[in-house]
Design a protein. Structure first.
Length: 99
């Protein structure tokens, strides 16, 4: 999509899960759960969407994924089941990082 002079592409690095109460704060669960269903551990699924932003002179990658640095325990706590996929998503893109 274009936003002014910028070309913006969205890529997914997967999903993770966080405690719904921590995410929505003082908003009662009966309200936020209409939009985001909680799992059996009261976690809601959140997307790790990354942005590739380009103009005539610059390329910026806004990376919001978890990457390969998490331990198995951390992956379990955050509900990350799939390996990182941002690099594969960028490779599959028709443009990738090249102009």
């Amino acid at each position: 999509m274009r936003i002014g002079r910028f070309d913006v592409q969205i890529f997914s690095d997967g999903v993770f899960r966080l405690d719904g109460g921590a995410m929505f704060g003082i908003v009662p669960k009966v309200l936020w759960e209409r939009q985001k269903k909680a799992d059996d551990r009261n976690r809601v699924t959140m997307d790790m969407n990354c942005l590739l932003i380009r103009d005539a002179d610059h390329v910026v990658l806004v990376e919001t994924g978890a990457g390969p640095k998490l331990t198995d325990k951390q992956k379990q706590n955050f509900g990350i089941e799939d390996p990182p996929r941002l690099l594969d998503e960028l490779r599959r893109s028709a443009c990738g990082l090249r102009r």
